[in-house]
Design a protein around this ligand. Structure first.
Ligand SMILES: Nc1ncnc2c1ncn2[C@@H]1O[C@H](COP(=O)(O)OP(=O)(O)OP(=O)(O)O)[C@@H](O)[C@H]1O
Length: 252
């Protein structure tokens, strides 16, 4: 059996009194792409944000159950959330570079981690931009404001910003939905390349994207996982009729 890097057990999340996740048990396999699919409002983003404690930033949220990252419950009071978010980084739907230079965007997490040495910063920034497949485009323009790049380029800088801190897991919340088709397919290629070294969990509404790039798929409905398995099995031979109906666009 493949190794899981993250596993959730009985994970429940409440916004105030409303329960949005109803006891999720899911194992995320290392160095694979896992796609979270399901109709709008079923809890995909909420679940994704539980994996690096991003929901802590919302006051009304209560969480029960466990989320283990490499065997440690990340909801333990001992967890250093800054470190956790370096290990389990996040890329959002809207590219959100800070309004400062490309270099400073990518170096941001490194400086936060206390790295000051110029040569180390230069090396790590270059490596991250290469991994995000944008080094050749920006290498002569590192001082340019990142917000002046195209949407697809901005998203790559955001991916580089996450990669710079050497995460194990990259969470992606609809990372291509705000991009044009060419930029989207380029980001997809980058995701497949990155999955050789990193674990990726991605939320997507695009069934073709999920079937093209993911290894594993979890189908969510009403705050529960209806079905989870190898992407080929989920798309070709789902166990549940409702999964089949969703994948074939009968509702959504
Ligand atoms: N900050 C919040 N406060 C209160 N309720 C919320 C909050 N964020 C999400 N919800 C509710 O939790 C449920 C799950 O939302 P979530 O955004 O996780 O779904 P989703 O599957 O990612 O949806 P979409 O595909 O539309 O992005 C929904 O009913 C939503 O209204």
């Amino acid at each position: 059996m493949a190794d899981s890097i993250i596993s959730t057990d009985g994970l429940r999340l409440y916004y105030g009194k409303k329960e949005a996740l109803h006891g999720i048990n899911l194992d995320i396999e290392e160095k694979k792409i896992t796609a979270l699919i399901g109709p709008s409002g079923c809890g995909k983003s909420t679940f994704l944000r539980c994996l690096n404690r991003m929901n802590d930033l919302i006051d009304t949220v209560t969480i029960t159950g466990t989320v283990k990252f490499r065997g440690h419950n990340i909801y333990s009071p001992k967890t250093d959330t800054v470190k956790l978010r370096q290990q389990v980084g996040m890329v959002f739907q809207q590219p959100n570079p800070f309004s400062f230079s490309i270099y400073d965007n990518v170096a941001f997490g490194l400086r936060l981690a206390g790295i000051k040495d110029k040569q180390t910063l230069d090396e790590r920034v270059e490596k991250a931009l290469r991994q995000a497949a944008i080094w050749d485009v920006v290498k002569d323009d590192l001082n340019k404001n990142a917000q002046q790049l195209s949407g697809g380029q901005q998203q790559r800088v955001c991916i580089a910003r996450v990669l710079a801190t050497k995460p194990d897991v990259i969470l992606m919340d609809e990372p291509t939905s705000a991009l044009d088709p060419i930029s989207s397919s380029q980001i997809e290629e980058t995701m497949v390349e990155l999955a050789k070294d990193y674990t990726i969990v991605t939320v997507t509404h695009n069934m073709q994207q999920a079937s093209r790039i993911s290894d594993k798929t979890a189908f969510f409905m009403n705050g529960k996982v209806v079905e989870y398995g190898d992407t080929a099995q989920i798309f070709i031979n789902p166990k549940e009729q409702i999964t089949n109906d969703y994948i074939n666009g009968n509702f959504g």
